[in-house]
Design a protein around this ligand. Structure first.
Ligand code: HEC
Length: 179
């Protein structure tokens, strides 16, 4: 029988070297975004051709004042955290979480995925340039495409009012240039 132990050892070492590939899961301040943060899109963003993050999506803003969101005022403040979740067709659990975290004047970009509902999200090791290469099209809007959609009748899309918010029409995405 083949002794696989050396390979296991090697795998362990690779995990130490690439901690973000093997170890890290959702940061604490990203967990709970659904109840702690404000949803920006009134209705889920449907899948479309050329979709960079496959599925039906929602975008949440954390650590940003409601008034600033409603005014769609940019730039976002230092410490802002924007979370995008995506659910694939035919599934009910979120499979992807992409985050943009404002640190000083720049954003840090991260992506986490899982296959099954009872699985932990895992950080994906991909260069941030993949993200910024495309988000550069929204540079004039502080690199963030999604605009805040107020709910009907002047109500806002605070977490407690998601039901009303979810019934509005399509999400607006800023058209800021060719992609
Ligand atoms: C090919 C273009 C493209 C690439 C590549 C891309 N994005 Fe996006 N991203 C978008 C668009 C367009 C939206 C607006 C919502 C939508 O349509 O999904 C978006 C939305 C987001 C949002 C919500 C805030 C916003 O801008 O609306 C986050 C967070 C995000 N992306 C993170 C990432 C990360 C992290 C990566 C890299 C791993 C990445 N994106 C790569 C196009 C892209």
């Amino acid at each position: 029988m083949v002794d696989r132990r050396p390979f296991r050892w090697l795998f362990g070492l690779t995990c130490v070297a690439l901690a973000s590939a093997c170890g890290s899961t959702l940061p604490d301040d990203v967990r709970g975004y659904e109840s702690d943060c404000i949803r920006m899109n009134a209705a889920p963003i449907p899948p479309y051709q050329g979709d960079p993050h496959r599925g039906r999506k929602n975008v949440y803003a954390c650590e940003v004042a409601q008034e600033q969101l409603e005014a769609n005022a940019r730039p976002f403040p230092d410490g802002a955290l924007i979370v995008k979740e995506s659910t694939r067709d035919g599934e009910s659990h979120v499979w992807l979480i992409a985050t943009a975290r404002k640190q000083g004047d720049s954003w840090q970009w991260d992506e986490y995925t899982r296959n099954f509902a009872d699985e932990e999200f895992r950080h994906i090791l991909s260069g941030e340039s993949v993200c910024t290469g495309c988000h550069d099209d929204a540079r004039a809007a502080d690199w963030i495409f999604t605009t805040y959609d107020a709910a009907p009748d002047g109500a806002t899309c605070s977490p407690s009012q998601r039901e009303q918010c979810g019934q509005r029409g399509d999400q607006e995405v800023l058209e800021l240039g060719p992609r």
